[in-house]
Ligand binder design. Structure first.
Ligand code: GUN
Length: 295
């Protein structure tokens, strides 16, 4: 059994990016610049955005954090997005999700210029990804594919079961896994809250991508020996032994399931760091106009 070290891989990739940024600066080019919009004070979102800002520093990027209170109106948010779309110094930006209920999340995503959509959430990027065209791949699915590639996990022809059908993880990772590419070429099944006899699918899986947000959902009797498991879950569960009062829990009962696995990602230290580094890679691609030509 191999525990996949997402932290180490992400640190290696950040070093590679930092070297490339140094070379860009030496050539007289502009420093890549990522902006993040954070609305409200959700603990998880605060942590994610702080980690994204920190990763920008490590990579040598400029970063700008724009904060709003929960009661911001949609028009103000849309105006800020329009300003970022038109700001030539900003290469890419993200709006951290979830947003407060009174704001139409889809309208916000569609307001982002797809050429600066380094989260890969805009329908143009989602659509281009679905048909295998160059685009900004959404960060978590891209990070998962990078882990499978770097650990040389066999994917071609394998039975992959994705648990969860979110727009951010489940749907896009299913598309990437079935794409005729490497890694890819898998037979993909997506299970969700309406799936009947879900364990019948997971027991036949060579690879399970667990992205449901249900702590410890995948149990040892739901998987076969030799399975590879990528655990995307990061639910905060109360833990009085921690200074923070919580710990992060994945969707997999790690202690019980890990002995049956060929490869498994831990939580934390698996997919999480890869999501952030994929965002950094997209920002570099945006700064270099590698996906879409300069406006
Ligand atoms: N919320 C949870 N994951 C993400 C992400 O990858 N990007 C953004 N913008 N919001 C998120």
């Amino acid at each position: 059994m191999t525990i996949i070290d997402g932290k180490k891989i992400s640190d290696d990739i950040k070093k590679e990016i930092a070297l490339e940024v140094e070379a860009m600066i030496a050539r007289g080019e502009k420093r890549p610049h990522l902006a993040a919009i954070l609305v409200g004070h959700d603990g998880g979102s605060e942590t994610y955005v702080a980690n994204k800002v920190k990763a920008c520093e490590v990579c040598g990027f400029k970063s700008t954090l724009i904060r709003f209170e929960d009661d911001i109106d949609e028009q103000t948010l849309l105006k800020t997005i329009s300003d970022l779309n038109n700001d030539a110094d900003i290469d890419g930006f993200i709006v951290q999700l979830p947003l407060p209920k009174h704001i139409d999340e889809q309208r916000v995503i569609e307001a982002i210029d797809y050429r600066k959509d380094v989260d890969g959430f805009h329908p143009v990027n989602v659509g281009r990804q679905a048909i295998g065209l160059p685009c900004f791949h959404s960060a978590t699915p891209a990070g998962i594919m990078e882990l499978l590639a770097r650990y040389e996990v066999p994917v071609k022809g394998k039975n992959c079961v994705v648990l969860g059908r979110s727009n951010i993880v489940g749907k896009p990772v299913a598309t990437l896994l079935m794409q005729k590419s490497r890694p890819g070429d898998a037979t993909v099944t997506v299970c969700h809250s309406a799936t009947e006899n879900l364990a019948d699918y997971t027991r036949r899986a060579d690879i399970i991508i667990a992205a449901l947000g249900k702590p410890g959902f995948v149990k040892a009797d739901m998987v076969k020996d030799g399975v590879t498991i990528i655990d995307v879950g990061t639910t905060r569960v109360p833990d009085s032994t921690r200074k923070s009062g919580f710990r992060l829990s994945g969707d997999v009962d790690f202690e019980a399931v890990a002995p049956k696995c060929a490869f498994i990602t831990p939580v934390p230290g698996g997919v999480g760091p890869m999501t952030i580094v994929s965002l950094m890679k997209n920002t570099l691609l945006a700064a270099n106009h590698s996906i879409y030509p300069k406006k």
